[in-house]
Structure formats: C-alpha cells, structure tokens
Design a protein around this ligand. Structure first.
Ligand code: HEC
Ligand code: HEC
Ligand code: HEC
Ligand code: HEC
Ligand code: HEC
Ligand code: HEC
Ligand code: HEC
Ligand code: HEC
Ligand code: HEC
Ligand code: HEC
Ligand code: HEC
Ligand code: HEC
Ligand code: HEC
Length: 453
C-alpha cells in the first residue's frame, strides 16, 4: 500500500454532531459521556481504541475552545499505526486509494468486522456483480461466501485467492480430487486450472461451464478443431453439441487419451446400431468383432485408431491412410497406404518371391497375382476381413457378388499352403514347398465369373 506522507487536515467541528448539547470549551477526561458521542459505543462491534476511549489515537485537538479536531493521519496511514502494512503480492484494487472506510465503519457497527454491509457477500456486491443473472450459480457464491475463496485485502495468489488454484477447488470437491489422484490419465488442463472451464461464480451452462463442448475444448485443441471441421470425411459426432464428451471424460480416466471406455466398447455404444452417413448411405450395425476367433492385431490391442482417425480424415471411412472404397480397382501401391503403414509393401511388388509373403505357390507371389493388376485388381477386402474373422490370416468366409451377399470362399490352411474352394472357380490350392502345377489344363466353371482365384 502507498505510504501517505502528507497529512490531510480534516477539521471536524464536533458541535454539529452533539445535537442540542453545548460543546465543551475545555479539555475533557473522556469524550464518551451520557450526552456525548454515545453512538460510537452503542453498536455491537466496537473498535478497540474506541471502546478504550483512545480517541487521540486518531483525533488531535486543533482548538480546544472551538472544540475542533483533525485526524492524526489519513487512511491508510491512520490505520497502519496499529494494523499491519499490506505486503503480499496481490492487493485488492479497492485498496488502491487506501480507503478502508469503503468497507469498514471506523468506530462501531452491528456487523462482523465492522463492515458497512450485513454480510461479506453483500459488501462485495456493492462493487462486483459476479452472478449477473446467470442460471447456474455455484453453491458458495449463492450463499454469499466470497471469503471462502477470496481474501478481502491481500494474498500471495492471483485474484487474492485463499489458497493456490490447484488446491482451492479440491478443498471442497474431494470426489474430483480422488479422481485426479486415483486415475492413471489426468487432463493437463484440469491440473492447471479448474477455472479454465468452470466459472467459479456462475454461468449459463450446466455445471457452471464457461461454454459447452466442443466450443469449450476448441480454443486449446485447435488441431482437433481443424481436423473435425475441414477434413473431407468427417465423423459428424465430433463437432456436434456435446460431441467431445461422448467419447472423452473431461477430468481424468483409466483409459489413455481420457477416453470414457476402451475403444472396442466405446465405439460400439453407437455402432452396435446402424448409423446413417447420408440420406442414401447407412453404415450397417458393426458386429464384425463380436465372438470372432481371430481379431486383427490393433483390435486385439483395443485400438481402433491404428486405422481410423476418429476426429476426421481425408480418406474413405475416416481411415488413417488411403484405402480403396471399391472391391476391385486398378493397382497402385499408394492406394493401400493404410495397410502398408503396418505391413510390408513388398507383398504386392514382385511377381515372384521367396519369402515376402506366405501367399505363394512355389515362388509365385499370389498377392501380386491378385492385387497387382491393371484391370479388376482385387483389393485386400476381397479375401481379408479387416476387423476380425473366424479363419486364420483373417480370410473371410464369403464375399459379396452383385446381389449375392455371401458367395462362399471355403478357405482352408495347410502347413505349407492353403486351399480355396470358392463359388467362383474350382478349388485351387497353393503350396510354398511343392507348388501346385497349373500348367495342366483344368476344367473351369463359367469364365464370366472371372473368379477370385
Ligand atoms: C481508529 C481511528 C479513530 C479512533 C480511535 C476514533 N476515531 Fe473518530 N473518526 C475517525 C475518522 C477516520 C473519522 C472521519 C470520518 C470517518 O471516516 O468515519 C472520524 C470521525 C469522527 C467524528 C465525526 C464523524 C462521525 O462519525 O460522527 C466524531 C464525532 C468522532 N470521530 C469521534 C470520536 C471519538 C469520540 C472517539 C473516541 C471515543 C473517536 N472518534 C475515535 C477515526 C477514529
Ligand atoms: C490505536 C490502534 C488502532 C488504530 C489506529 C486502528 N485500529 Fe483497528 N483495531 C485495533 C485493535 C487493537 C483491534 C482489535 C484487534 C484486532 O482485531 O487486530 C482492531 C480491530 C480492527 C478491525 C477488526 C474488527 C473485528 O471485529 O474483527 C477492523 C476492521 C479495524 N480494526 C479497522 C481499522 C481501520 C479501518 C482503521 C483506520 C481507520 C483502524 N482499524 C485503526 C487498533 C487500531
Ligand atoms: C473491499 C472492502 C474492504 C476494504 C476496502 C478493507 N477491508 Fe478490511 N475487511 C474486509 C472484509 C470483508 C473483512 C472480513 C473478512 C472475513 O471475515 O473473512 C475485513 C476484515 C478486516 C480486519 C479483521 C480481520 C483481519 O483481516 O485482520 C481488519 C483488521 C481489517 N479488515 C482492516 C482493514 C484496513 C486497515 C483496511 C484499510 C487499509 C481495510 N480493512 C480495508 C473488507 C475490506
Ligand atoms: C468499494 C468497492 C469494492 C468492494 C466493496 C469490493 N471490491 Fe473488489 N475490487 C474493487 C476494485 C476497484 C477492484 C479493481 C478493479 C477491478 O478489477 O474491477 C477490485 C478487484 C477485485 C478482484 C480482482 C483482483 C484485484 O484485486 O484486482 C477481486 C477478486 C475482488 N475485487 C473481490 C472482491 C471481494 C471478494 C469483495 C468482498 C470482500 C470485494 N471485491 C469488494 C472494488 C471493490
Ligand atoms: C469457489 C471459490 C470462489 C468463490 C466462492 C468466489 N470466487 Fe471470485 N473468483 C474465484 C476464482 C478462482 C477467481 C479467478 C478465476 C477467474 O478469473 O474467474 C475469481 C475471480 C474473481 C474476481 C475477478 C475476476 C472477475 O470474475 O471479475 C472477482 C471480482 C471476484 N472473483 C469476486 C467474487 C465475489 C464478489 C464473490 C462472492 C459473491 C466471489 N468472487 C466468490 C473463486 C471464487
Ligand atoms: C467452499 C467449498 C467449495 C469450494 C472451494 C468450491 N466449491 Fe464447487 N461446489 C460447492 C458446493 C457446496 C456445491 C453445490 C453442491 C453440489 O451441487 O454438489 C458446488 C458445486 C460445484 C459444481 C457443480 C456440481 C454439480 O454436480 O452440479 C461445480 C462444477 C463446481 N462446484 C466447481 C468448482 C470449482 C471449479 C471450484 C474452484 C474454482 C470450486 N467448485 C470450489 C462447494 C465448493
Ligand atoms: C477441460 C475442462 C474442465 C476442467 C479444466 C475442469 N472441469 Fe470440471 N467438468 C468439466 C465438464 C465438461 C463437466 C461436465 C460433467 C461431465 O460431463 O462429466 C465437469 C464437471 C464437474 C463437476 C460435477 C461433477 C462431475 O464430476 O461430473 C465438478 C464438481 C467439477 N467438474 C469440478 C472440477 C474441478 C474441481 C476442477 C479442477 C480440479 C475441474 N472441474 C476442472 C470440464 C472441466
Ligand atoms: C485450457 C486449455 C484446455 C481446454 C479448455 C481443454 N484442454 Fe484438453 N488438453 C489440454 C492440454 C494442455 C493437454 C495436454 C497436451 C496435449 O495433449 O495437447 C490436453 C490434452 C487432452 C487430451 C489428450 C490426453 C492424452 O493423454 O492424450 C484429450 C483427449 C483432451 N485434452 C480432451 C479435451 C476435451 C474433450 C476438452 C473439452 C471438454 C478439452 N480437452 C479442453 C488443454 C485443454
Ligand atoms: C467418437 C469418439 C471421439 C470423439 C467424439 C472425440 N474424440 Fe478425441 N479421441 C478419440 C480417440 C479414440 C482418441 C485416441 C487417439 C486418436 O484416435 O487420435 C482421441 C484422442 C484425442 C486427443 C489426443 C490425441 C490427439 O489426437 O491429439 C485429443 C486432444 C482429443 N481426442 C480431443 C478431442 C476433442 C477436443 C473432441 C471434440 C471436438 C474430441 N476429441 C472428440 C475419440 C473421440
Ligand atoms: C456417439 C456415437 C458415436 C460414437 C461413440 C462413435 N461413432 Fe462412429 N459414427 C457415428 C455416426 C452417427 C456415424 C455416421 C455419420 C458420420 O459419418 O459421421 C459414424 C460414422 C463412422 C464411420 C464411417 C465414417 C464415414 O463417413 O464413412 C466410422 C469408420 C466410424 N464412425 C468409426 C468410429 C470409431 C472407430 C469409433 C470409436 C473410436 C466411433 N466411430 C464412435 C456415431 C458414433
Ligand atoms: C486394421 C485397420 C482397422 C482397424 C484396426 C479398425 N478398422 Fe474399422 N474399418 C477399416 C476399414 C478398412 C474399413 C472399411 C471397410 C470396408 O469397406 O472394407 C472400416 C470400416 C469401419 C466402419 C464402417 C462400417 C463398415 O463395416 O464398413 C466402422 C463402424 C468401423 N470400421 C469401426 C471400427 C471400430 C469400432 C474399430 C475398433 C474396434 C475399428 N473399426 C478398427 C479398418 C480398420
Ligand atoms: C496399425 C497397424 C496395422 C494396420 C494399419 C493393418 N494391420 Fe494387419 N496386422 C497388424 C498386426 C499387429 C497384426 C498381427 C500380426 C501378428 O499377429 O503377428 C496384423 C495381422 C494381419 C493379418 C494376418 C497376418 C497373420 O500372420 O496372421 C492380415 C491378413 C492383415 N493384418 C491384413 C491387413 C490389411 C489387409 C490391412 C489394411 C486394410 C491391415 N492389415 C492393416 C497391424 C496392422
Ligand atoms: C486373393 C486373396 C487375397 C488378396 C486379394 C489379398 N490377400 Fe493377403 N493373404 C491371402 C491369403 C490366402 C493369405 C494367407 C497365406 C498363408 O499364410 O498361407 C494372406 C496373407 C496375408 C498376410 C500375412 C503375411 C503374408 O503375406 O503371408 C498379410 C499381411 C496380407 N495377406 C495382407 C494383404 C494385403 C495388405 C492385401 C491388399 C493389398 C491382401 N493381403 C490381399 C489372400 C489374399
């Protein structure tokens, strides 16, 4: 607080206050008598020097005959004779001019701490309206308990909080505290400052949130906002009202990335049912991984994000890399970036191979044969079921063929090869050690099928 060096002369003519009573013209033993200045001691809470009759601590006689006085100093110097100087880092703006009387009666009052208003909250409300007609008011604010969180004069914490922002809220919110201590993954924002998301006083949103998700989250997560709103393929749910919180918990979680549950469970809360993408397109209910004998590697690890960019991507089905939307497509390695993010791309590069793939007849690379074609190259989904399957190597049980949804493949594996007996060509085997000899002409079923094998 500023040190006041000039003493302001306030000359008080006490006659004007001693209604009808003659002012004394000589020095008195006591200023408080039956007739005089009784109002300074009639209230419940009397300032110590006043009740002790030490008027001279603050008043100094100017002229005894005229009964005029001046203050011994001006506020706050006057008060600091006996009270501690303010010395902490953050001092109330109200004290900039050092006027204690904005809030305190000098001599006596009926209110606690001789405040000029009945409660602390009402005192503060004379200068601050932190509620401003908001619909959701915080418990302590609604009962005017500002001083549970704020020191009236000074504090070492910004906004004169009674304790550090990291302790203040959890002082009362022990359940939240337990969450932060007990769960493995804690949101950094929550560690830093609860008030980034919650207005500590009042707000127009549920739980006194400053804004609703996703708007609440976007300012700190701009990359997610960009992905969610500008990707060619959007997962609409992300940008919807409340979107982020459909998958994430705001404070902490036992699942990484603050997910509300593991992805295999989380995603199915919606995708167990068919979901409309456009008026013309509905995603079928996603029951591909239920009760399957073989789960694809990432799914075994409870991770859908290895392949799907949950917040949005430029690829078909919000995939993490390019992958053809069609069943057949002319070959181009870049079309399979998704799979080759994790698997060897050499798989489809050469017509012959000794080790690159097990899908070989001798050294003939059958991946190359089927996939690497100018016309009607098979995409991986022609033979592999992406998410999970009941056959080894994720070979699918059947493929769709025009209106026929379940053209069977009938795959069986052997130690050194395998055999397919599909609905499109005769059973065909492959063997890596003793290659099946296809130079001998075989009887074929209808060529129009232009079989899978
Ligand atoms: C702690 C300092 C302090 C003490 C002690 C003090 N006063 Fe005052 N008094 C003031 C100040 C400051 C004012 C100027 C008006 C104000 O700020 O309330 C004042 C004003 C007055 C006034 C004129 C305005 C009013 O409120 O009626 C009277 C009369 C008065 N004091 C009488 C007394 C008497 C009598 C005593 C002793 C019993 C006394 N004061 C003790 C600080 C003090
Ligand atoms: C002559 C010494 C003295 C002066 C000058 C003085 N005070 Fe006090 N004040 C006391 C004492 C003693 C107490 C009681 C002990 C305490 O709470 O610190 C007290 C208590 C208070 C309280 C607490 C009341 C309560 O019940 O909690 C307030 C508020 C206060 N003073 C304000 C002021 C203000 C404002 C001034 C300047 C206008 C001032 N004091 C000047 C001595 C003084
Ligand atoms: C903005 C209002 C405000 C101003 C200005 C103010 N006070 Fe206070 N003061 C309070 C409130 C509110 C309390 C009671 C705090 C509580 O009970 O939690 C209080 C309590 C006190 C107390 C008793 C408790 C304590 O903290 O020791 C003293 C002494 C005191 N004030 C002195 C002063 C002095 C001296 C000044 C001027 C330098 C001053 N106050 C200016 C609001 C104010
Ligand atoms: C007489 C008017 C007045 C009263 C009464 C008052 N304040 Fe203030 N308050 C101010 C001024 C002036 C500022 C500084 C300007 C601003 O930030 O609005 C301020 C600022 C603040 C700030 C921001 C931090 C700072 O110090 O700048 C907080 C927090 C605050 N007041 C809380 C309170 C609380 C709690 C009460 C009740 C105990 C209260 N105020 C009573 C005038 C007042
Ligand atoms: C639960 C604790 C809590 C309570 C109760 C509380 N505040 Fe605050 N207040 C805070 C926190 C934390 C901040 C700083 C964060 C921020 O910027 O909103 C703050 C900031 C402020 C500010 C400065 C920034 C602003 O919002 O203008 C003022 C003024 C203020 N409070 C006044 C009050 C008043 C008046 C009351 C009582 C009606 C009150 N507070 C009750 C925690 C609280
Ligand atoms: C002095 C104790 C106290 C402090 C400190 C406190 N709160 Fe509260 N808070 C309460 C009470 C009491 C309620 C109302 C009871 C309830 O709804 O659970 C409440 C309610 C809430 C709610 C709504 C809870 C609900 O389930 O609807 C939120 C959010 C909240 N507080 C956040 C905060 C934040 C953020 C802080 C720190 C700035 C904080 N609180 C500090 C006592 C406190
Ligand atoms: C990133 C924003 C954010 C931060 C930071 C944050 N919260 Fe919350 N909080 C929320 C949201 C959103 C909810 C709404 C409830 C939900 O969906 O689970 C909430 C709900 C609450 C509730 C109501 C009970 C509950 O758990 O649902 C309390 C109490 C609460 N928060 C306290 C706190 C405290 C204390 C802190 C600081 C330790 C804090 N919050 C930090 C976003 C946040
Ligand atoms: C005040 C800034 C802030 C706000 C608001 C905020 N966050 Fe965060 N969030 C962070 C910071 C800082 C990190 C840690 C650095 C990072 O991963 O970007 C983080 C990390 C995360 C993480 C990653 C956790 C991990 O372990 O990978 C998720 C998920 C998250 N936030 C979701 C949300 C959601 C949902 C919201 C809105 C309800 C939100 N955030 C609001 C600052 C914020
Ligand atoms: C449909 C579920 C879902 C929704 C809705 C969702 N997320 Fe996520 N989020 C995830 C999953 C799953 C991860 C794990 C890694 C990944 O896929 O990127 C994640 C990871 C994150 C991460 C940390 C890793 C990273 O990619 O930076 C942040 C931050 C994040 N989300 C923020 C948000 C925000 C903000 C929103 C709302 C705008 C939101 N999320 C909406 C499911 C979701
Ligand atoms: C809250 C409900 C909800 C949750 C949870 C959810 N989704 Fe979705 N998802 C939808 C809806 C609705 C659509 C269709 C509209 C659209 O494309 O956004 C969709 C579409 C999709 C699509 C197809 C996108 C396209 O446009 O082709 C994929 C892939 C997808 N979700 C994967 C996931 C994954 C992976 C998760 C878990 C991390 C998940 N979803 C969690 C509601 C959800
Ligand atoms: C190995 C990569 C991969 C992983 C891991 C993965 N997906 Fe997919 N997902 C795909 C591909 C590729 C498609 C496109 C399906 C198609 O047309 O062949 C797809 C399509 C989808 C669709 C659209 C509906 C459909 O059947 O076409 C949903 C929903 C979906 N995935 C959800 C999930 C969920 C939930 C997880 C985690 C449990 C997950 N995915 C994990 C690659 C993957
Ligand atoms: C995020 C990494 C990742 C992506 C992307 C991915 N896979 Fe996989 N895939 C794996 C893992 C891990 C395994 C398990 C390997 C093991 O068990 O030895 C696996 C196993 C397989 C298997 C069975 C191999 C075996 O030896 O059992 C096939 C077939 C397969 N993936 C095909 C695909 C296809 C087709 C795509 C693209 C649509 C794809 N994968 C995308 C990680 C991935
Ligand atoms: C014509 C059917 C067919 C097509 C199309 C196909 N695969 Fe395969 N794939 C197989 C068979 C059969 C196996 C099992 C080989 C064995 O273990 O005997 C296999 C095995 C695999 C394996 C396990 C490692 C290996 O090479 O033995 C991976 C990884 C794999 N395929 C990825 C892919 C990818 C990526 C695509 C798309 C670019 C694809 N496959 C297209 C039939 C196919």
């Amino acid at each position: 607080m500023r040190k006041h060096t000039t003493v302001l002369l306030i000359v008080i003519n006490l006659t004007s206050y001693a209604f009808g009573v003659e002012k004394p013209t000589t020095e008195q033993d006591s200023c408080i008598t039956e007739e005089c200045h009784g109002e300074h001691t009639s209230k419940k809470i009397i300032h110590d020097p006043v009740s002790e009759g030490s008027c001279e601590a603050c008043h100094e006689s100017v002229d005894v005959k005229e009964h005029t006085f001046k203050l011994t100093d001006e506020e706050p110097g006057l008060c600091m004779q006996c009270h501690d100087e303010l010395s902490k880092k953050y001092i109330h703006g109200a004290l900039d001019d050092g006027q204690c009387k904005q809030c305190h009666e000098t001599h006596a009052s009926d209110n606690k701490s001789r405040l000029r208003a009945k409660t602390v909250g009402e005192m503060c409300a004379e200068c601050h309206d932190v509620v401003e007609n908001a619909t959701h008011v915080h418990g302590p604010t609604s009962v005017n308990e500002c001083s549970l969180c704020h020191e009236a004069h000074e504090s070492d914490y910004e906004n004169r909080l009674t304790m550090g922002p990291d302790q203040l809220c959890v002082f009362c919110h022990v359940t939240t505290k337990e969450e932060l201590e007990g769960l493995e993954f804690v949101h950094e924002a929550v560690r830093e400052n609860c008030a980034d998301c919650h207005d500590p006083h009042a707000a127009n949103n549920w739980k006194m949130l400053r804004a609703e998700a996703p708007d609440m989250c976007f300012p700190c997560h701009e990359e997610i906002q960009t992905k969610a709103q500008t990707s060619k393929q959007q997962h609409n749910i992300v940008s919807e009202q409340g979107g982020c919180l459909k998958c994430h918990t705001p404070h902490a979680s036992s699942v990484r990335h603050l997910l509300a549950s593991v992805p295999t469970t989380l995603c199915l809360t919606c995708h167990e049912e068919p979901q409309g993408v456009t008026i013309n397109e509905v995603l079928p209910a996603f029951n591909e991984i239920k009760d399957k004998a073989y789960l694809h590697g990432p799914i075994k690890e409870d991770d859908c994000s290895g392949c799907h960019m949950t917040h949005g991507s430029d690829n078909f089905r919000i995939l993490a890399g390019e992958y053809p939307a069609e069943f057949y497509t002319s070959f181009d390695e870049t079309k399979y970036e998704l799979c080759f993010g994790c698997h060897e791309r050499t798989l489809v590069r050469t017509a012959t191979a000794d080790a690159l793939t097990d899908f070989r007849n001798g050294n003939q690379n059958l991946h190359f044969l089927h996939v690497n074609k100018e016309r009607r190259g098979r995409t991986c989904r022609a033979c592999h079921q992406t998410h999970a399957s009941n056959q080894p190597k994720h070979i699918r049980m059947s493929v769709p063929y025009g209106g026929w949804k379940d053209l069977p493949i009938n795959f069986s594996k052997t130690d050194t090869g395998g055999l397919c007996d599909p609905g499109c060509h005769l059973a065909k085997g492959y063997d890596r050690q003793i290659p099946v000899d296809y130079t001998v002409k075989q009887a074929r079923r209808s060529h129009e099928f232009n079989g899978l094998f």
